[in-house]
Every structure is written in C-alpha cells, then in structure tokens.
Design a protein around this ligand. Structure first.
Ligand code: SF4
Length: 210
C-alpha cells in the first residue's frame, strides 16, 4: 500500500509503456514540450475537462473525474466516466479516455485506461469489466476489456514506474520509429545522442591512443 506522499500520475503509465525515457524526462526531469500532437490532444482533453455531468437515458456522464488508488500508488483524472444503469438499479462506471490520432500499435493507451478502471474499482468498491478509448483522428471509439492479462500488465507497469521515479535515473535515448511522433523529440534528440556517444567513444579511444 502506498500513501498520499508517494502517488504517481496515472498518465505516467502511458508514458512509460510508450517509452521509458519519455516517462523519466517528464516525471523525473519535469521536461515538457508542446508540439502539434500534444496541442491537439490538449484541446480534446479541454473539451472533456469541463467538470460537469449530464444524463442520456440509462447513461449518466461525468467529466474530469478525480481518481486515486493507494494499492497501486496512482493519482489522476478520467476525462469521462459513463455510469451505466443496471437492471438492479445500480450505476456501473465505464471510463472513457480521449486520445488524439489513431489507435497505436502497443498497449500504452489500454494500460492507462485500465489504471483508471482500477482506481474507480478501489474508490467505489465495484468490478469494472470494460471501458473505451476515443480517437480524434479516426473519430472511432474502441471498447477495451479489462481482462487478467491487461490488469497484470497495468499493475506491473505501475510498479516499474514507481521504481524508475525512485531511482531518479533517466534511461539513455535510443532512436526508433515511435520517436517521430514523440512530443519530446526535439529535446531528447535520440539520433544525436547516438552520434554523441560514438563521438565520445572515438575521443576516449584517441586519448588512449587505440
Ligand atoms: S524521442 Fe524517442 S527515445 Fe526520446 S523520449 Fe521520445 S520516444 Fe523516447
């Protein structure tokens, strides 16, 4: 169990699942850079971040819902939580996360959504089977089932992010295709880092007269 003083942001799980260095740059070094991708994403989030509630038949929709899990040491907000009215009369939460762009190859968005569900389960003492991701570019909603594999991946990611932040060590940059859509590309400079490393290896070798 964690306490109020050592909670990490739910979004850090998405950053970690995308790139461990990106997670460290944002959550250890407090680096942030807005690019066209994050600007569009922020506008989408702002629309969801209106802190209001509305009802549509058997669905109630709450916006910008505060979340916390002491079991996983998480804190943050859900863009949208739908509450679906059950036959029993109870309202079952269904988290919805808004994303710029289109579905990604990896599981990073699903991990973030599952972390939101785990927070809601702990806060409301319910079991949540599903949620959804909404992608702005495709205007499509993808339902996500919180199965055991995704829950395990989410819990392991939370543990690794806690360890990363506690270590205070930012991993070295390694260029890959995902870097091209990374908000920190110009600050991280993964291609230059590789060259700088080669250059420093060359200089060290020259000093040793190899
Ligand atoms: S530019 Fe690449 S290596 Fe650097 S933080 Fe982004 S994804 Fe990670």
């Amino acid at each position: 169990m964690y306490n109020e003083d050592n909670l990490i942001q739910i979004s850090s799980l998405q950053h970690y699942a995308f790139c461990t260095r990106q997670c460290a740059l944002i959550h250890i070094e407090q680096v942030w850079s807005e690019n066209v991708f994050t600007a569009e994403g922020r506008i989408m989030h702002d629309k969801a971040d209106s802190n209001k509630s509305e009802s549509r038949g058997k669905v109630r929709i709450d916006y910008s819902v505060p979340l916390r899990s002491l079991r996983l040491g998480l804190i943050g907000k859900a863009d949208v939580v739908e509450f679906h009215r059950q036959e029993s009369g109870a309202w079952l939460p269904f988290p919805v996360e808004y994303k710029r762009g289109k579905p990604k190859a990896g599981n990073c968005d699903r991990v973030q959504l599952c972390a939101q569900a785990i927070c809601l389960e702990e806060m409301l003492n319910v079991e949540i089977k599903e949620g959804a991701l909404f992608y702005g570019q495709t205007r499509r909603r993808e339902d996500v089932v919180f199965n055991n594999a995704l829950r395990q991946e989410t819990e392991e990611t939370a543990k690794k992010v806690h360890e990363l932040i506690e270590s205070g060590i930012t991993p070295k940059a390694e260029y890959s295709k995902k870097c091209d859509s990374c908000s920190l590309l110009s600050l991280c400079m993964p291609k230059t880092c590789g060259k700088a490393k080669s250059a420093s290896r060359y200089l060290l070798a020259a000093m040793r007269d190899e």
